[in-house]
Write a protein that binds this ligand. Sequence first.
Ligand code: B3K
Ligand code: ZN
Length: 900
Amino acid sequence: MRTETPVTLYLKDYAPPAWLIDTVDLHVAIFEGHADVKTRLACRRNPAAVAGPMVLNGEALELVSLTLDGTPLDPARYAQAGERLTIDASLPDECMLETVVRIHPDKNTQLSGLYRSKDGYFTQCEAEGFRRITFFPDRPDVMAKFSCAVEADRERFPQLLSNGNPVAAGACAGDATRHWARWEDPYAKPCYLFALVAARLDVLEDEYVTASGRRVQLQIFVEPGKLDQCGHAMAALKKAMRWDEQRFGLEYDLDRYMIVAVGDFNMGAMENKGLNIFNTKYVLARPDTATDADYQGIDRVVAHEYFHNWTGNRVTCRDWFQLSLKEGLTVFRDQEFGADTHSRAVTRIQEVRALRIGQFPEDAGPMAHPIRPASYAEINNFYTATVYNKGAEVIRMMHTLLGRDAFRRGMDLYFRRHDGQAVTCEDFVAAMQDASGVDLTQFRRWYARAGTPRLHAETAYDAVARRYTLTLTQHLAPTAYEKRLAESGQPVVEGVLHIPVALGLVLPDGSDAPLRLAGEPNAVGTTRVLSLTEPTQTFIFEGVPAAPVASLLRDFSAPVLLELDQTDFELAHLMAHDSDAFNRWEAGQRLATRVLLAGVAAGGSGTDWIPDAFVAACGRVLDDGLAGDPALAAEALNLPAEAVLAEAVVAQGDTIDPEAIHTARVTLRRHLAARLRDKLEAVWTTLAPTTAYAPDGSQVGQRALRNACLAYLAESDAEYLQASVVPRLTAQLAAGGNMTNQIAALATLANLDLPEREAALADFYSHWQTEALVIDKWFSVQATSRLPGTVGHMRALMQHPAFDLKNPNRVYALIRGFCGANPRHFHAADGSGYALAADVISDLQAMNPQVASRIARSFDRWRQFDAGRQAHARAALERIAAVEDLAKDVAEVVGNALKA
Ligand code: B3K
Ligand code: ZN
């Protein structure tokens, strides 16, 4: 067991730093096996803080020397304890502190701080990695101007990069095999935005001219030989730069924007000022190696990191409790960029699907927290779906309540007030309120309350009075978070939320009723945003000509669980006619969920629970897909995921039976395949590609629908499958030149117990073994296979020479693929899935605590299963908890899981 329990930090304890740093001057000399870091800090007492000693953070640093204003500091005046260096309070009000430390980047497997990857050295400082490079007050409210000289072997590390602008470079005096380069960043920034790179990389160059006519040099650095895979990322960057000028009036502010791709990286990418460091997954793409989803992922992540330059870098967070200030807002911005550049409806559907798979269960589980948590033990555990995705929903709700123009005025005011500052979520909401005049006092509770609210709706129509009455009630039950708060004596935030409910009323002829609230002289539009601010509120609409079907939460106007009793007929009516594309899709998902829950209740067996009306509705979706928007049709045919169905089962008060859920879903797919074969075939034939691959909207939609149809056809009886589907799957795999189609075929084959499966997997591997990102896909399709024996196969894959516990992408592909996206096998009744996860987490936690902790989150819902599974899960969790010196990341997650 871990010797010291992780220390919990509280938002209420925030105090401004006693010392400020005006400038940081770094000299990083990289040698074989170690690096020496010389740091000069211009320090100044903070007039706005209580006087105190200077506290510097440092982790895994060897202190070589420490001088104050040029004189070695008397050891009696400082103390190094744990991960802190404290210098006594008797310092002059302004001073120059100089440290020399030695670090060991080659041994840094955590990938936080300065570390070695294949082609060189890279950094990751957010949240607390800078302290693994040098002693520093590692907190975002200390903003300083940085300059950095990097020194390394010239031959092996020709590129030496850091933030800002290059100011000088040369050969090292006395050693011509080494060279150096100095960089200066003119903008003050928190140290989490510091970056440096020393590597051998190829570079793609381009230029961007800003709206005001400034020229910006754009550079994307990649592993040698991969320049042909950078074009899409470069195009995405330029699109994002233009979009931010047009939508938010925000221009880039340095002469150079660099993106460096690295194959060993804990997350997607990092927004370091002027020098983004990216996971290769979000840079590299070529039609034969990357899927449509990969291309879109690149668009979004490149945009996201670029947008951080204003929302995160120019205006940053006061402390890490405010993380959603930059992340929720920047996700909202990248979502809007996605919506403006692709289909708005499909983008929204995909976001809500992700919210339901990732965030709703988090809000219901042992790690529940509001978008601004009041406490944490390890900040890296709070880069969550809640902070990011629910955070974006909260920003979106403000956008909905204020309207686009007032929201823009709020953004403008936010930058006018806070440029160059480290601020709080409160400051953001205040700017929105002040610029719009909309009172957001009650709305602020979204920042402090955890859990997914339930929104209950009752409707009534009076045909004689032509009056429609809607009664909305909100409920928010306490979560694990409130329990944790209470245990630590923290006040629990209560009170009703301000929920924007976008509503339309769909008439029997399919049109939208004009909406006139009681007391209003005229109807105003056909979609109204109602403000629910009371526990229960009634809204009365006059002049409604016929009994309508309610279309609530259009465009998913709030992240809530809707309880609205609608008949199959009403849902089918919305599916066919709702003018809100999101709600057309949503009606289909609700209908599918209802059908599937009946199937789960039947243990998944038989087909009596599948109504003909549902089959017919799916048939109409296929017809519409051909006639209209294939991308929307593909989304509609994508039945709710097993994880989402599991939450629906929990909402009914039942325990999750992963086998029954899986069987019901597969049974429904087989039934649809049999009943709709002709239509599926027609779509397949009609949508055959006629032009070369391009990741553009219309092709993406057509491929999505065509591959969805092929996957349904693969659910056919054995005879049809062999005769007519397998040949198409193997042909699609053999065709090459299009990874979207290849991987769709491979994933489908991976679920089929046929000899073609093994052959296809072997061929794919030998063809792609030198493309790491493609091999990740090869691992993923096997990790998510439905076939019996998958757990055993996982054990074999973990021994495969290409599996590498040190590489996060590989671990995510295989292990998170299995634990997170294969519920049936992860939750195997014999506990074998849990045991596998426990083995990996135990092996990985010391090497890479952040990645291990993410895998540990797979256990979140363990209490919702039957007693047998719970016993296995508990044993697995206790085995992890008992690991000696357990990393605090994992200790917090596992501790909460066992406590809840
Ligand atoms: N800000 C980084 C995430 C850092 C995660 C540290 N554990 C990427 C992003 O959200 O843009
Ligand atoms: Zn971000």
